[in-house]
Unconditional design. Structure first.
Length: 91
């Protein structure tokens, strides 16, 4: 007689499984202590833990617009750069 292995819940973290703990710590960029504190606060739902640490981390600064980058590329090179290029050509 074969017994079926109990299936792990996909949306809950099992603290007794070192692979799950390591994977979640790496994904969230946190320590074991931080993980245990957060589980005590919001429970062992992976979605709730992700949301908790998403609130704790500051938002990423917006990327500079393409128009600003284009205008920076079109500017004339500075005299120091132009002088360096001229001396490199003379050698």
């Amino acid at each position: 007689m074969h017994r079926s292995k109990p299936q792990a819940m996909r949306n809950k973290i099992d603290l007794s499984d070192p692979g799950q703990v390591r994977s979640l710590k790496k994904r969230l960029g946190i320590s074991t202590g931080d993980l245990h504190l957060a589980i005590g606060k919001v429970g062992n739902s992976i979605a709730a833990l992700s949301k908790e640490f998403q609130k704790a981390t500051p938002a990423v600064a917006p990327v500079q617009s393409a128009g600003a980058l284009d205008s920076a590329l079109l500017e004339e090179p500075s005299d120091a750069v132009a002088g360096h290029q001229a001396s490199a050509i003379e050698h």
